[in-house]
Design a protein around this ligand. Sequence first.
Ligand code: TZP
Ligand code: MG
Length: 204
Amino acid sequence: MPLDLSLYLVTDPELCARHGLVETVVAAVRGGVTVVQLRDKRASDGEMIDQARRLKAALAGSGVPLIINDRLAVAMESGADGLHMGQDDGDVAAARSALGEEAILGLSVQNHTQLAHIDPVALDYLGFGPVFATSTKRDHATPLGFDGLAALVAASPLPAVAIGGLKAEHARQVWGAGAKGPAVVSAICGQPDPEAAARAFFDD
Ligand code: TZP
Ligand code: MG
């Protein structure tokens, strides 16, 4: 199935605890989320494999892929659809050969220097950010703004999502900058109604 990056949900263990991880993700998918990334910096691999298996079961039949943040072993053992790597999360080509051709493989890119060094053959998509400063990720890079985002997208050989401080009212500017879609944590996770929060990205 072609990868639809229109609205990319990244989970956060604390924020998703409000309604429960699986409940939050299922509601967000009802609201229009097209990709789910399981991100938990503190869980053990075993805990994350368990979470990923529960999410995979909940997403069955939805066509929405499940991508694992950072951890190749979890992606491989859990039956997830792919892996999202940061700049310090190891070798992209090695991850591609371990995961196989069918897996979805993404990489976070913060600037043009990093973009110049990507391996476009091994990767499926990029995540550009942060667009804005955000408290959801500690020690994030300098914010790009929409002009910085547009410049990265213009130079990118791969489709990209934009991340960092994005709310529903920014969706048009994200698409306008040429990104395939916004990637969000707090605009959906932890909201009173995650389904409505996701749907709001598609409202005018
Ligand atoms: N990478 C860059 S910013 C960010 C990540 C994982 C966090 C985005 O969270 P939010 O709540 O959508 O600003
Ligand atoms: Mg990472």
